[in-house]
Design a protein around this ligand. Structure first.
Ligand code: GSY
Length: 175
């Protein structure tokens, strides 16, 4: 289990909490994937195409024996298994599983770019990622991800989410 990867999860359709739990459960059942850490769950205002429901987002850190492409295959299979249909490009989704980082590798293949190309611009990715490792830095960037997060205008729309007695409760991410 020598490789360390970070995976971002996002959902804004159906039972969002169940979608996250189911996706993590299916990832943990895979041979060669071992869950090391998971962030809090965040309720986040949609970025890009804004005429859609709020998302739940989180990040997990896994150890894996899988290559980046095999890990991608697993993520795509689990998205499909949970009912994801790739219809509107930036539209609503049952579950999205994106590989953010794989060791310190830079991968530029047709179907996989790592580090994830837009991760520095997305507070809904940076907040949960920084919660797992606040000193994380991309190998090809001068600024730390914390610097990117602090510059990010979307961070107001990113709140830690929990349910208490069936009610949604929120808190801000502090770094
Ligand atoms: O890339 C993931 C899908 N996505 C999201 C998301 O997961 N969260 C938020 N807040 N906005 C988003 N816009 C897109 S597309």
């Amino acid at each position: 289990m020598n490789n360390l990867a970070y995976i971002a999860l996002g959902t804004n359709m159906g039972d969002r909490y169940k979608n996250l739990v189911d996706a993590i459960h299916l990832l943990k059942e895979e041979t060669g994937i071992f869950l090391v850490k998971s962030s809090s769950i965040y309720d986040t205002v949609p970025v890009g195409y804004t005429e859609q429901d709020d998302f739940l987002n989180m990040v997990i850190m896994v150890r894996t024996t899988l290559t980046p492409h095999d890990l991608l295959e697993v993520c795509l299979r689990i998205e499909k298994e949970l009912g994801r249909k790739r219809e509107i490009k930036w539209g609503p989704r049952i579950i999205d599983l994106d590989i953010l980082l794989y060791n310190q590798e830079n991968i530029e293949a047709e179907n996989l770019i790592v580090p994830h190309p837009r991760m520095q611009e997305r507070a809904f990715v940076l907040a949960p990622l920084l919660e797992i490792d606040s000193s994380i830095k991309l190998s090809n960037q001068k600024k730390s991800l914390k610097d990117y997060f602090n510059m990010n205008a979307d961070k107001e729309g990113v709140r830690i989410w929990k349910q208490k007695n069936g009610e949604d409760v929120f808190a801000l991410f502090e770094n």
